[in-house]
Design a protein around this ligand. Structure first.
Ligand SMILES: NC(=O)c1ccc[n+]([C@@H]2O[C@H](COP(=O)([O-])OP(=O)(O)OC[C@H]3O[C@@H](n4cnc5c(N)ncnc54)[C@H](OP(=O)(O)O)[C@@H]3O)[C@@H](O)[C@H]2O)c1
Ligand SMILES: *[C@@H]1O[C@H](CO)[C@@H](O)[C@H](O)[C@H]1NC(C)=O
Ligand SMILES: *[C@@H]1O[C@H](CO)[C@@H](O)[C@H](O)[C@H]1NC(C)=O
Length: 417
């Protein structure tokens, strides 16, 4: 810190973390005039009025929004040309937040595509932005092998473990490739970088996100509450409580994990980027809302309660408990509709209630994987936050808050009932 105000560029600004990074920067985290400029880059069209970021004022950094940059196309030189034309003062960029991710059913191709996109961005900025100081990107607990049935390491998961991820898994995850790329590209340069590692990310996006569990469950819970004629006023009215079982198995409800709100991840990324002395050098930092792990079984009643429902334990699941399922796998012969099936069966209600945005702006292709969260994540996978704490970053918060804040935003913009 202490240099002239920064210019932050945020790639993937429409995604779960990216939206929150822009939001926090516009709210002047950590201080007014730390940044004077923000450039938010997306592929899909986003207009400011639909973004739900705070309105400009004299205190906030100046925002430039750029859509239509598909990073899969071309190379670093072509991207540099596009950015040079589109971005005001691109030569003044100091901090680069990279939150782009695209999923592909073939792991090898997923790694290759995502690696190429980051390479393009870094090549372009090495060419365009001599004042670049810091680059930060998110990994995830997939980098600790949680996509392997039963997981790989014994939790709490600590950052050094990623180096021991078995090669057959490492090659299906882009994070090791990103590390290699950034180490090589930063050599002999004036910028440094770090990676942050969240488990489930709880946050808001204005127009859906493939892997937003909070949005998926919020759509399910809001339709369920609507169909059962219940709402927050149910208790006062004296009508019977409407129960909704946890969409998963007992083991899925009871396993320990460490959720992170997108807002907190965003704040830490910004904090890290301003403390390159302690957070740079290619380090990895786990991030979560609270250093005490929690379970979906604890969260579920509090989430359901926001919709006037009573969240209960899993429906009968004795035959599924002991099977180790792979990522995206659902148990055979389940009686209940999954959240995704329920949403698709009832989605006309969104339109009937004037919430047509909820139909397009849902979780799309990620629906099935999100449906399976309560079934295949049956093992403890909580994170150690010891390294995070040593950076001096803010302390723990109630992990439910991020969900409830997101639910309120979804309701405000018409993504749920
Ligand atoms: N979701 C989770 O719970 C979770 C948990 C742990 C780790 N992570 C990791 O966090 C990272 C970000 O994930 P996320 O969930 O925040 O993803 P997300 O909400 O789907 O956001 C992805 C972003 O990437 C952009 N993007 C995709 N393809 C692009 C392309 N071809 N060109 C330019 N931009 C493109 C999207 O922009 P458009 O809207 O313009 O397409 C979007 O802004 C990933 O590395 C993921 O593995 C996620
Ligand atoms: C995945 O993609 C790679 C590279 O394109 C290819 O060699 C491989 O056969 C594909 N695997 C599957 C299972 O389709
Ligand atoms: C929202 O996303 C959907 C699906 O990607 C897209 O078809 C639609 O145009 C987007 N709407 C807006 C307003 O960005």
């Amino acid at each position: 810190m202490g240099r002239h105000p920064g210019h932050a560029i945020v790639f993937g600004a429409s995604g779960l973390i990216g939206w929150a990074v822009v939001d926090q920067l516009l709210r002047c985290y950590p201080e007014t005039s730390t940044f004077s400029r923000i450039t938010a880059v997306t592929n899909r069209e986003v207009t400011f009025s639909e973004s739900h970021w705070p309105e400009p004022n004299a205190e906030r950094p100046k925002l430039q929004l750029i859509s239509g940059i598909d990073l899969r196309h071309g190379d670093g030189v072509m991207l540099a040309n596009s950015l040079k034309q589109a971005v005001e003062d691109v030569e003044t960029v100091t901090h680069l937040f990279y939150l782009v991710f695209t999923a592909h059913p073939n792991g090898t191709e997923e790694v290759a595509t995502n690696r190429r996109m980051l390479q393009n961005v870094i090549d372009a900025h090495n060419f365009l932005s001599p004042d670049l100081q810091f680059v930060v990107f998110p990994g995830g607990t997939r980098g600790y092998g949680i996509y392997a049935p039963g997981g790989v390491f014994t939790p709490p998961l600590t950052e050094d473990m990623v180096n021991n991820l078995p090669p057959e898994q490492a090659k299906t995850v882009v994070y090791p490739a990103n590390r290699e790329l950034l180490s090589a590209a930063s050599k002999g340069r004036d910028w440094t970088w770090c990676e942050v590692c969240p488990d489930a990310i709880i946050g808001f996006t204005p127009n859906g996100s493939q892997f937003s569990l909070a949005l998926h469950w919020a759509q399910y819970l809001s339709l369920y509450a609507h169909n059962h004629g219940t709402g927050p006023s149910n208790q006062e009215s004296g009508r019977p409580a409407i129960e909704i079982p946890f969409p998963g198995s007992t083991a899925g409800a009871n396993s320990l994990f460490s959720p992170a709100s997108a807002t907190k991840i965003a704040r830490f990324m910004i904090y890290a980027s301003l403390h390159s002395d302690i957070c740079g050098g290619g380090q990895l930092f786990n991030i979560a809302d609270n250093d005490a792990p929690c379970t979906y079984g604890e969260l579920w009643p509090r989430l359901a309660g926001w919709f006037g429902l009573v969240g209960t334990g899993p429906a009968g699941d004795s035959q599924t408990q002991n099977n180790a399922l792979a990522v995206g796998e659902l148990p055979q012969g389940a009686q209940q509709l999954t959240p995704g099936e329920y949403i698709s069966k009832h989605k006309d209600i969104f339109t009937q209630c004037g919430r047509s945005k909820a139909v397009d702006g849902g979780v799309g292709a990620g629906s099935r994987q999100l449906d399976s969260v309560g079934y295949w994540l049956t093992f403890d996978r909580h994170l150690s936050l010891e390294k995070l704490k040593k950076t001096g970053f803010e302390g723990s918060q109630d992990p439910v808050q991020g969900w409830l804040d997101s639910f309120q935003m979804f309701r405000n913009v018409g993504l749920i009932l």
